[in-house]
Design a binder for this molecule. Structure first.
Ligand SMILES: [Fe+2]
Length: 511
């Protein structure tokens, strides 16, 4: 099975699918599955955008809404986990996973699926120790604090994943597992991200939950993003089990954000997306551990003085029950439903102005899944059933709020969507003030399957721009347009400030 892996999506679905298409043509292969490693930004409309924990200057509608509305369809099955830049209100509707648009499937807080016999697990979010043992207590409209904690990893999901038995072919997380850089060429990371030196030296870079899981689950492949650089590592667990780790960049011109791998699958099976029976059995047996409160709750462990169950590896009986419930048919139903009105583009509209967060909304996909398996929807426990709205099925009925205040004021004209020569403009978030658009078009991806990163290290271009952050990094910069004198260009070392510090870090949160 040909799988394309992409780092942080940041809402650039059009560009990602174009790049996959181009890479497929180059390799003369047909991509069966695209995996995105978070910061997917499944933003359906203006109100979803207000639930995304990013500074206002990064709140861009991007292109997901077109896939949600049905204007365009994802050209291949697409799987993703959540990161720290998400429309958390939408992802919270799908705690156990579900279709966010036709052909685009979110794995949930954590999830395991099968495609053609390939077993894929994933975990969404960021690890923050102060929220790790809390319940899933957040729901929209969010405060500044809950908008962030909503995507923090919880011990329940890690506990559930640790119950898995059997081989896992692929695991996907947004953050790198902590310490994974020790299994690769750390000089490669430090070349691009010298400001990680201290964190790497202190072993504080990356996700502690991911570190636990990579060593417990020992998947064959592990894909991550978040740190916005490409990196590979090989974790040799024992004589027979190895994890090939691959981290990729975000979707920007001349960045290494996309790769294609070929993983042999069971040719007797078709490529339907299926639930994993073991995972379903674990979800069912651990449902009583679901916590929706703010308080700390520890997962059960071996304790001589307690008879409480702590091993939830599925028993034969539990697996049998799941098989009966699903009648041995684990294909995930194609039951995508719109639960909010899709964005309607209007020229010169400032869609962030005066837009409030939506209220929490239950999703019929989750309701059906929970009813069938006999588990609880955490969101329904929080808000009750009464707020279920009728699904929105007709985007044409949208009321357009053409209020004059929605339009930009003097001096706030937005850049056109097309360049003078008619080609698509590509958004670059390099300016801390107003968003700028660059005439750069997305280049043909140049990365190879499992190539050695050192070979291409000097081919990337980094935009040198003025940013307000204090941190200064030294990186190699090469000219955007090659000289035509035939001489090999030498990298010019420049000092430039670290871009988009907010993308890597979170502000201190209220306690
Ligand atoms: Fe991220």
């Amino acid at each position: 099975m040909i799988i394309a892996v992409e780092g942080c999506a940041h809402g650039e679905l059009d560009k990602i699918y174009e790049s996959v298409e181009r890479l497929s043509r180059q390799r003369n292969v047909k991509v069966d599955l695209l995996i995105c490693c978070g910061d997917f930004q499944a933003v359906r409309n203006e109100r979803d955008l207000q639930c995304m924990a990013v500074p206002d200057k990064f709140k861009d509608m991007c292109t997901f809404y077109k896939y949600y509305s049905g204007e365009v369809k994802a050209p291949m099955l697409t799987l993703f986990v959540g990161g720290n830049h998400e429309a958390s209100n939408y992802l919270q509707e799908l705690a156990y996973g579900g279709w966010v648009a036709p052909n685009i499937y979110y794995l949930g807080y954590a999830g395991v699926v099968n495609i053609g016999g390939i077993r894929i697990g994933g975990m969404s979010g960021l690890f923050k120790s102060h929220d790790y043992h809390k319940g899933h207590f957040e729901f929209p409209p969010y405060t500044g604090a809950t908008m962030r904690s909503a995507y923090h990893i919880r011990s329940l999901e890690v506990f559930r994943l640790k119950q898995l038995q059997g081989n896992i072919d692929i695991f996907v997380s947004h953050e790198w597992p902590r310490g994974v850089y020790n299994y690769g060429d750390t000089r490669e990371v430090l070349h691009w991200k010298p400001f990680f030196r201290n964190e790497m030296a202190n072993n504080t870079l990356g996700c502690q939950a991911g570190e636990i899981l990579i060593h417990e689950l020992k998947p064959k492949h592990w894909f991550s993003a978040h740190l916005h650089c490409r990196f590979t590592a090989t974790v040799q667990h024992n004589e027979h089990q190895t994890t090939h780790f691959l981290a990729l960049d975000k979707c920007l011109p001349k960045r290494r954000f996309l790769e294609i791998i070929d993983i042999p699958h069971d040719l007797s099976k078709n490529l339907d997306l299926c639930y994993d029976p073991h995972w379903l059995a674990i979800l069912k047996s651990t449902n009583s551990l679901l916590n929706i409160r703010h308080n700390t709750q520890y997962m059960p462990g071996p304790n001589a003085s307690s008879s409480e169950r702590w091993n939830f590896q599925p028993t034969d009986e539990e697996l049998q029950t799941v098989m009966q419930i699903f009648d041995n048919d684990f294909r995930i139903p194609l039951n995508f439903t719109q639960t909010a009105k899709p964005f309607q583009p209007l020229p010169y509209r400032d869609y962030n102005r005066g837009t409030s967060q939506p209220k929490a909304q239950l999703n019929p996909q989750t309701s059906a899944f929970c009813e069938k398996l006999g588990v609880s929807d955490p969101l329904e426990l929080l808000i009750g059933k009464s707020v279920v709205l009728e699904p929105v099925t007709n985007p044409d009925e949208i009321d357009l709020e053409d209020d004059e205040s929605d339009f930009p004021q003097e001096g706030e004209t937005k850049a056109p969507e097309k360049s003078e020569d008619g080609s698509d403009l590509f958004f670059l978030d390099t300016n801390p003030g107003k968003p700028q658009r660059s005439k750069m078009s997305l280049p043909t991806p140049t990365t190879e399957v499992w190539e050695e990163p050192q070979q291409k290290a000097n081919e990337d271009t980094i935009q040198s721009t003025s940013v307000p952050n204090d941190e200064v990094a030294t990186v190699a910069v090469v000219a955007d347009t090659p000289k035509d004198d035939g001489e090999d260009q030498q990298p010019v070392v420049k000092k430039l400030k670290r871009r988009n510090l907010e993308l890597y870090t979170e502000p201190e949160e209220e306690t």
